[in-house]
Every structure is written in structure tokens, then in C-alpha cells.
Design a binder for this molecule. Structure first.
Ligand SMILES: *[C@@H]1O[C@H](CO)[C@@H](O)[C@H](O)[C@H]1NC(C)=O
Ligand SMILES: *[C@@H]1O[C@H](CO)[C@@H](O)[C@H](O)[C@H]1NC(C)=O
Ligand SMILES: *[C@@H]1O[C@H](CO)[C@@H](O)[C@H](O)[C@H]1NC(C)=O
Ligand SMILES: *[C@@H]1O[C@H](CO)[C@@H](O)[C@H](O)[C@H]1NC(C)=O
Ligand SMILES: *[C@@H]1O[C@H](CO)[C@@H](O)[C@H](O)[C@H]1NC(C)=O
Ligand SMILES: *[C@@H]1O[C@H](CO)[C@@H](O)[C@H](O)[C@H]1NC(C)=O
Ligand SMILES: *[C@@H]1O[C@H](CO)[C@@H](O)[C@H](O)[C@H]1NC(C)=O
Ligand SMILES: *[C@@H]1O[C@H](CO)[C@@H](O)[C@H](O)[C@H]1NC(C)=O
Ligand SMILES: *[C@@H]1O[C@H](CO)[C@@H](O)[C@H](O)[C@H]1NC(C)=O
Ligand SMILES: *[C@@H]1O[C@H](CO)[C@@H](O)[C@H](O)[C@H]1NC(C)=O
Length: 832
């Protein structure tokens, strides 16, 4: 864009190796402008820009060196000189390596040789892009402006242009150096809009101007202690409500991992400090966000918001779930850093969001606890924030007011000349019009999970909730393949003595892998392709998700017409065997509550977490497994289905599931929603409380179906009459009441009346709290109750087992499955 006619200082310096950092940029130019001597600042050597006065490249009369005779005490030598430009002129730097570069300008005005630098008024262009317009400063404080620019033409040409005939521009120092290769990448960037979130594709081609760079919860960092010689400032002045936040810091350096953030993206200390929620004020009823307002000015513009996270507050994995909002829009919901970091605590990640400014003059960033978080772990954190403005001013506009003789060179070099200028101005006007008219409706509910569905992740070094989910490894789930020989070895060639279960799918063996991992090996009937869809579903679903409360898939084997799934071994087996008919010691009420809470959390994660809205479809007490510490994990995803897509409320599907747990609405209408899992979970809750099977044909007719029977007692308010005798005297009435109400709501006839798993989780935690403290939760002062509480239902008709049969036969005549078929399916699934 810029022709060679523009006078420039040609600088072909050798790149300087930096001493203060392990990062060595390929290109590294540091200029002490207007000075005949080199000088050092923050351990970096800035070279004299006029070592050869009178050199050909320096046009006489167009740039002048000036020296501050009376510099303020403590001001660095770098700021004692400046170069003044009285017409369009500047510097050219040869670039060895294409890619992202950082360009910094230091402006520290003073009065010298008849120039009052505070009255300068000028613009700056880099490679023909106008990055700074009408720069002027009416006081003498030093200002550093930083730009992040993609360079692909082997040179950086910087041109300073005075804004009027008698005006001038100046600069004290310039830095031009290569950024690390992954500093700005295009994958995984979210564009946050009022009504939706979409992928932002062109980040690396944007010129970015740093507006704020914040070390949240930490100290000020100077170029001396930053890997890329940046300045990070504390967040305190930006906190909207200081009492909402509390500083935390870690004593150990963060666990950098490939695929996460790096020291160059932000230095250790940014990730080792954070603000978390001030828990003193945090109660069940009073949730709040931590909010920062970062001033950005009122001009309409688009901003990159880069947020840095490192979980230095949790004691374990999958304990911290929080929401991130930008300008009031949900930007990341139910963020679980453990998932994003492939299950390493205190591992740094960052997320890039693009957002348009509104008329508030600030970019507002909030973090707050998600509905997934438990009472004890409710928290939210932020370690660092960078706000960068996208520089989009078209070139032609710069010089429209200037009459300098050499300006025509610039303008004529623009393709299309005048036409281009008009088009550019028109585009700018239109853009401004669109920006200012931007409406701001509340984000719709669906935004909460849309991004997780829409965006596959990148394998690059950034956080993208999609990543952890979408790609278990570079080879997809093939990475989980296990050779048949290894499976044979692990199970002593399928030793009968190692069988721990069997069912419709086949046989389950206990096994030990070469690395001594205990596993459960599920082997389909060899040679039979029966159950192939379930086999494949299980692999695709489980290879994508990892969660503390979901049984994880260790591997699978598809060799020699085998269908084998290998899971983590769950020492204590299915929940069911700890409830009845096994002779195992009974579980305490607290243990039972914790198991229910754990499985609810796993299920809630399936429904809403980064797992893309999966419906399990076969929740029952045999599919909830316990590890050696009685921690619950949801298992058996063979029937699971992806949830409804945007704008759909359900998935139409053939009815599958287990008798006694089956959602009557799903059964009748064959429309699957996550509320079907909620129903089945309600049955499990009563099973846990009453210690009897969901269906027991040997009992009196009104007792056969647990859901029906327990609901009758619950409605009479006499639930305590039918609880497991082992629990007698153990359950506090308030805890039982909460638990009963929760189960009752789960079993509501219609899905819409049932709570979400998040609500169920919340209420179970409350039941546990009531059991532990015996306290009742009081309504709010205005008499309302917290919205998370289950509101009084409409008329709830308990689902009747006998009805199912009739409805199944009479109500589904259009459907192509017969009742018998359903039941045979259910029966074969029962033992899996
Ligand atoms: C400044 O430093 C460069 C590189 O070390 C050196 O070549 C040059 O001679 C120095 N200039 C002066 C004026 O000291
Ligand atoms: C210049 O001075 C005005 C009035 O004192 C002030 O509002 C403005 O912020 C100053 N601008 C700069 C760049 O310092
Ligand atoms: C100069 O202006 C800047 C930006 O407006 C302001 O932050 C700073 O405090 C001012 N300094 C003085 C000495 O007025
Ligand atoms: C940089 O990119 C330009 C244009 O794509 C190309 O001509 C040039 O050779 C590249 N330079 C380097 C050092 O790769
Ligand atoms: C800088 O120059 C431009 C163009 O002449 C003018 O519009 C603007 O008001 C000037 N700014 C100051 C602070 O003088
Ligand atoms: C041009 O700028 C100089 C210095 O900033 C100022 O003194 C002069 O009034 C300006 N002239 C016009 C025409 O704007
Ligand atoms: C995005 O980048 C592509 C390729 O770099 C380019 O063709 C396209 O015009 C860019 N779009 C925008 C909106 O900048
Ligand atoms: C950062 O560097 C300054 C010196 O510029 C030093 O005083 C300070 O202790 C350093 N801070 C950290 C956190 O390393
Ligand atoms: C926290 O409690 C203190 C003291 O009661 C109060 O001043 C402050 O506003 C509270 N903060 C929040 C975020 O509720
Ligand atoms: C947190 O902030 C978001 C966006 O402003 C808001 O929708 C949400 O209700 C807030 N949460 C709490 C608990 O205040």
C-alpha cells in the first residue's frame, strides 16, 4: 500500500537477543528515537535511531531529533529524546519471519527546540493501515500504545503524518518484535452477540490495539517481569463491587500443558493470582457475580476480550463450575476448567471472545457460580483479562485533511483512488449506523448451550469448551482402541471366575490391564452384531466426555468380530445391590444422599455441560455405580441420545428404557426430552429411600409399581411410613420432606412440570444440608421463595403402571412398535 516514495529511515538491525526472558523473538527492533546513543530500559537495549546523521534515508526538514534539556527526575533516558515529524515520514523495518508482531510506540511529550510536543496532532500508519488518528496529548505523562499486527510482506513501514499544515508528529521510542506463533489464532474465538453466539473467524487478520491488560487479583507487572515485556495492572479499580471478590494466590507455578496456555500468553504470576467469590456473603439464597467494568470509550468499536483462567481455588477436579458473561450476555456457561484442561488442576487456559461495544463506554465482564455448582463449592474465578480494540479505520480517511505534497503518493497508491476513498467512507458510515442502532435484547435461554453444540474445538493452545468434548485426541476415539490380545491378558482369557455381571449385551468381567489399572470389561456375544448400535453409541458418547460422576471408558476393541468395552472398575458395583436383596450392609442416609447428589451431578452434566445435551434414556439403580469410596458414577450410555437441537423441544424416537423407570409421557408420545431422565431419576430417589425395586410383581397390586405407590404416600404426607426400616430414626424430618418433594416433582406427569437436573441437584444438596444442620431455609423477606425451590405443582397425577399398558396398546396405534416388542426390549435391557 505504501510506496517507496515515502521518506523512511531504513533500519536493518540485527535482531537483539533479550536477556529478561526465555522467549526470543525472530524479529526484535527496539529504537531510541531522536537519540544518537543506545539506552537500556527494563533490561532491554534500545538502539540509537540516528547513528548515521545525514544518512540518505533521513529526509532533511521532514524529521528532527529533539532532546529534553530538563527531563523530570526518575524519567528513563529513553524518554529524554524524541523524533519530530513535520511531514509524512517514518521508519522501515525488515522482517525476517512473517506472522503476528507486536508494535509499541512510546510517547512522552516535552518542550524543546520550539516544539511543544503536547500540542502535536498526528496520525500513525503501519503498512498502510491507519492505527492511530488525531493523537494528541495535553499533558506530559508518558503513554505506551501497543498494537498486534499480522505481517506478511517482509517489512514493517511506520509513517507519521501531521494532521494540519503547520502541525507535526513525534515519537520517543518504537518496539517491533515477533510474537510467539500461537499468540493470536483463529480457532475457537466466540463472537458474542445479543441474540446468539457464533464463531469469529478472522481474528489473526485484525489489527488489535491493547486497551487494558489486567492481572486480576495480583500485583502490577512491569515489562521487566513479563515474558513479552508487557505491563499488567491490578484489577481493583475496575471492580464494580469490591466486596464481591476476594484475592487468592497460589504458591506453586501453574501446570502448563500443551493444548493450554503458555508463559508467553501470560506470565506465571497472572495465573498464580485470581479473584474468587467472597464467600462470606455467599449463601444458598444470595448468589451474585463478580463484575469488572473496563472503560473503552464511547466510539462504536469491536473488541477482543481475552480472559485467563487457572483453577487455583479447587481442591479437586470437577468441583468448580461457573458462568462467564460479557456485556451481560452469557459467553461461557457452566464452565468446568477441569474438562477444558484435560483433568489437570491449576492448569492455565485462556478464552477469546469478540464483542461489540455498547453505549455504556465499558466492556463489562462478570463471573458467577453456575447452577451446576454445589453449595459447598459454589465459586467463580478470573485470573487475567485483556481488552483489545479492533482497529478498522480505512486508510483513505487519514489524509483527507492534509495538503502535504507527498500525501498524493499515499492516496494514489490506494487501488481505485478516489472511488476507493468514497466507498471506504460509505462503508464506515454504514458500519457506524449499524453499531449505534444495535438493539440489546436479553440473551435467549438457548444461548447457554448453543456454543457447545455449534463449535468444534481447535487443537491449538487456547481454551475452547468444544475441544475437550469434540476431540479426545488427534486420532479421535481411535486413540482408545485396545488390542484384543491385551483384553485377553487382562481377563485371563475371559476367565469364568472373573465374571461380575451379565445381561442383554453380554458378559462383564473384572480385569487388570498391563499398567495395573483395574477395569471392567464388557464383552458382547462374539460374532453377533446384536447390540452394535449401542456399542457404537457408548464409544462415541463416552470417548467425548469425562466427568467425576460419569463412568469413564478406558478403551474398546473391535477386532475379530468382537465388541468389547473397557471401563474404569467400580469397586462397590451398582447402587441397587447396596439397597436391597444382596445382603450388603445398608447405606446411611447421608451416604444415600451423597450418592443421589453425585449421580444427579453426572446427569446434569450430561444434559447441560460441555457434553452437548445428551439424554441417558436408561437411568436406574443398576446403572449408577459406586467406587471404593461410594462415590456415584452414572454408567451405561448405550441408549443415550443427543438432546434436541436448537428450536426443537424433543427428539422423536422409538421408546427404549427400563420398565418401572420409564417416563409415561415419553412412552405415550415417543418424544424424548431430558425430562425423561428426570422422571427415571425420581424413581431411583424413591428406590433409595424405600429400598425396594422399581417394579416388584410379587407384591400386592397397588404396591407393584414403586413410583405409583410412593407417590400415594408422599401425597398423603406420610412418606415416612414406607422408608427403608434401616433408616428409621436417622432422617431429619426436614430433610425427608425436601427429598420427598424433590422425588415427587421428578415424577410429574408432564415433562414441563418436572424440574431440570440442575434443580434436582440443588434440592438434594439442600436436603443434605438440612440433614447436616437441621436448619430450615426461611423464605426471603418479601415472602417469595427462592426460584430454585420447587414451586408448587399443578395437579400431579401419578403415573400408573396399569395405564402404561393400556396407553401403550391403545394410544399408539399409529406407531410401528407393539407393546410386546417394547417389553421384550425392556426385558433384555434390564440386566445390562
Ligand atoms: C548501539 O548498540 C549496537 C548493538 O550493540 C552497536 O552496534 C552500536 O555501535 C551501539 N551504538 C552506540 C552509539 O553505542
Ligand atoms: C486534555 O485536557 C482536558 C481538559 O483538561 C481533559 O479533559 C483531557 O482528558 C485531556 N486529554 C489528555 C489526552 O490528557
Ligand atoms: C495526563 O493525561 C492522562 C490521560 O488523560 C491522565 O491519566 C494523567 O493523569 C494526566 N497527567 C497529568 C499530570 O495531568
Ligand atoms: C512473507 O509473506 C509474503 C507474502 O505472502 C512472501 O512473499 C514472503 O516471502 C514471506 N516471507 C517470509 C520470510 O516467509
Ligand atoms: C487534530 O487535527 C484534526 C485535523 O486537522 C482536527 O480535526 C482535530 O480537532 C485536531 N485535534 C486537536 C486536539 O487539535
Ligand atoms: C495546526 O496545528 C498547530 C499545532 O498543533 C496549531 O497551532 C495550529 O493552530 C493548527 N492549525 C490549524 C489550521 O488547525
Ligand atoms: C477473513 O479472512 C479471509 C481470508 O484471510 C478474507 O478473505 C476475508 O475477507 C476476511 N473477512 C473479513 C470480514 O475480514
Ligand atoms: C517485577 O519487576 C519489578 C522491577 O521492575 C520488581 O520490583 C517486582 O518485584 C517484580 N514483580 C514480580 C511479581 O516479579
Ligand atoms: C458483603 O457483606 C458486606 C457486609 O455485610 C456488605 O457490605 C457487602 O455489600 C456484601 N457484598 C455483597 C456482594 O453482597
Ligand atoms: C450475573 O450476571 C448476568 C449478566 O449480567 C446476569 O444475567 C445474572 O443474573 C447474574 N447472576 C447473578 C447471580 O446475579
Amino acid at each position: 500500500m505504501v510506496t517507496g516514495n515515502v521518506p523512511v529511515l531504513s533500519l536493518i538491525f540485527v535482531s537483539l537477543v533479550s536477556f529478561s526472558s526465555s522467549f526470543t523473538p525472530s524479529d526484535n527492533y527496539l529504537l531510541n528515537c531522536g537519540s544518537p546513543t543506545n539506552t537500556t530500559l527494563d533490561n532491554r537495549l534500545f538502539l540509537a535511531d540516528s547513528t548515521k546523521p545525514g544518512s540518505d534515508s533521513l529526509s532533511a526538514g521532514q524529521s528532527i531529533s529533539v532532546l529534553n534539556q530538563n527531563p523530570p527526575r526518575n524519567s528513563p533516558a529513553l524518554y529524554h529524546t524524541a523524533r519530530v515529524f513535520t511531514s509524512s515520514s517514518g521508519y522501515r523495518f525488515n522482517i525476517k519471519k512473517n506472522g503476528t508482531h507486536l508494535v509499541r510506540f512510546h510517547f512522552s511529550p516535552f518542550v524543546a527546540r520550539g516544539f511543544d510536543l503536547t500540542s502535536a496532532n498526528f496520525s500513525v500508519m503501519v503498512n498502510g493501515i491507519l492505527i492511530l488518528r488525531d493523537l494528541h496529548s495535553n499533558n506530559s505523562s508518558a503513554v505506551v500504545r501497543e498494537y498486534i499486527i499480522e505481517i506478511d510482506i517482509n517489512e514493517v513501514v511506520i509513517v507519521f503524518t501531521p494532521m494540519n499544515d503547520s502541525g507535526f508528529g513525534f515519537v520517543n521510542a518504537i518496539e517491533v518484535f515477533s510474537a510467539p506463533g500461537d499468540f493470536v489464532i483463529d480457532a475457537g474465538v466466540k463472537l458474542i452477540r445479543a441474540d446468539r453466539i457464533e464463531m469469529y473467524k478472522n481474528l489473526s487478520s485484525q489489527v488489535l490495539e491493547t486497551v487494558s491488560r489486567i492481572n486480576v487479583g495480583g500485583p502490577k507487572l512491569t515489562p521487566f517481569n513479563d515474558t513479552l515485556w508487557r505491563t499488567w495492572i491490578p484489577d481493583d479499580d475496575y471492580l464494580v463491587l469490591k466486596s464481591a471478590a476476594r484475592r487468592v494466590s497460589a504458591s506453586h507455578p501453574p501446570n502448563y500443558q500443551s493444548g493450554g496456555s503458555s508463559r508467553e500468553i501470560a506470565p506465571d504470576i497472572v495465573y498464580m493470582t485470581a479473584q474468587e467469590m467472597n464467600r462470606e456473603n455467599l449463601t444458598l439464597d444470595a448468589r451474585f457475580n463478580i463484575t469488572w467494568n473496563f472503560p473503552v470509550g464511547l466510539d462504536p468499536a469491536r473488541y477482543l476480550v481475552r480472559l485467563h483462567f487457572c483453577d487455583i481455588v479447587s481442591r479437586g477436579l470437577n468441583l468448580l463450575y461457573f458462568n462467564v458473561y460479557i456485556n451481560g450476555y452469557l459467553a461461557s456457561g457452566d464452565l468446568d476448567l477441569s474438562t477444558v484442561t484435560y483433568h489437570v488442576l491449576a492448569s492455565p487456559v485462556y478464552a477469546d471472545y469478540v464483542v461489540d461495544s455498547d453505549d455504556s463506554g465499558v466492556v463489562r465482564v462478570s463471573v458467577g457460580p453456575s447452577a451446576l455448582s454445589s453449595v459447598l463449592t459454589m465459586n467463580a474465578i478470573l485470573n487475567g483479562a485483556e481488552i483489545m480494540k479492533m482497529v478498522t479505520v480505512p486508510i483513505a480517511e487519514t489524509n483527507s485533511n492534509s495538503k502535504k505534497t507527498n500525501i498524493w503518493v499515499l492516496v494514489s497508491s490506494v487501488v481505485g483512488g478516489f472511488v476507493g476513498l468514497c466507498l471506504a467512507l460509505l462503508a464506515l458510515l454504514l458500519a457506524i449506523k449499524c453499531w449505534t442502532k444495535k438493539p440489546k435484547p436479553r440473551p435467549s435461554e438457548s444461548v447457554a448451550w448453543t456454543p457447545l453444540r455449534v463449535y468444534g474445538g481447535s487443537s491449538h493452545s487456547r481454551m475452547s469448551e468444544g475441544t475437550a468434548y469434540a476431540s479426545p485426541g488427534p486420532n479421535g476415539y481411535f486413540a482408545l482402541r485396545i488390542p484384543f490380545a491385551d483384553v485377553q491378558l487382562a481377563t485371563k482369557n475371559f476367565d469364568q471366575n472373573l465374571i461380575i455381571g451379565s445381561g442383554g449385551f453380554g458378559t462383564v468381567y473384572k480385569g487388570v490391564l498391563r499398567d495395573n489399572t483395574k477395569v471392567a470389561v464388557k464383552r458382547g456375544v462374539p460374532g453377533s452384531r446384536q447390540g452394535l448400535p449401542e456399542f457404537q453409541t457408548e464409544i462415541t458418547v463416552l470417548s467425548k466426555i469425562r466427568h467425576r460422576h460419569l463412568v469413564s471408558l478406558v478403551g474398546y476393541c473391535e477386532e475379530q468380530s468382537e465388541m468389547i468395552l473397557v471401563y474404569e472398575y467400580m469397586e462397590k458395583g451398582p447402587l441397587k445391590s447396596h439397597l436391597y436383596a444382596s445382603g450388603l450392609p445398608p447405606l446411611s442416609w447421608k451416604q444415600r444422599l451423597e450418592i443421589c447428589i453425585g449421580s444427579a451431578r453426572g446427569l446434569h452434566y450430561l444434559h447441560t455441560g460441555s457434553a452437548q445435551g445428551i439424554i441417558h434414556r436408561d437411568i436406574k439403580s443398576t446403572n449408577i455405580l459406586l467406587d471404593e469410596n461410594y462415590m456415584a458414577k452414572v454408567a451405561d450410555f448405550g441408549l443415550s441420545r443427543s438432546g434436541p437441537c436448537l428450536n426443537e423441544t424433543h427428539v422423536s424416537t422409538g421408546v427404549k428404557g427400563s420398565f418401572g423407570y420409564l417416563d409415561p409421557e415419553y412412552f405415550r408420545r415417543q418424544q424424548l426430552t431430558d425430562k425423561s431422565d428426570v422422571y427415571s431419576f425420581g424413581v431411583v430417589l424413591f428406590e433409595v429411600l424405600c429400598a425396594r425395586p422399581a417394579v416388584d410383581p410379587l407384591l400386592a397390586r397397588e404396591q407393584v409399581n414403586l413410583a405409583e405407590w410412593a407417590m400415594q404416600w408422599q401425597k398423603k404426607g406420610m412418606l415416612q411410613q414406607i422408608i427403608d426400616p434401616h433408616l428409621a430414626g436417622q432422617i431429619k424430618p426436614s430433610s425427608l420432606k425436601k427429598f420427598g418433594e424433590t422425588a415427587e416433582k421428578c415424577l410429574a406427569e408432564y415433562g414441563v412440570d418436572r424440574p431440570t437436573m440442575g434443580d434436582v441437584l440443588w434440592n438434594l444438596e439442600h436436603a443434605l444440608q438440612l440433614q447436616e444442620t437441621g436448619q430450615r431455609r426461611e423464605p426471603n423477606e418479601d415472602g417469595s421463595i427462592n426460584e430454585r425451590e420447587l414451586s408448587a405443582p399443578g395437579i400431579v397425577t401419578p403415573f400408573q403402571a396399569s395405564n402404561i399398558r393400556q396407553d401403550g396398546a391403545d394410544g399408539n396405534q399409529n406407531s410401528n412398535i407393539s407393546t410386546t416388542e417394547i417389553f421384550s426390549q425392556l426385558m433384555t435391557n434390564e440386566g445390562r
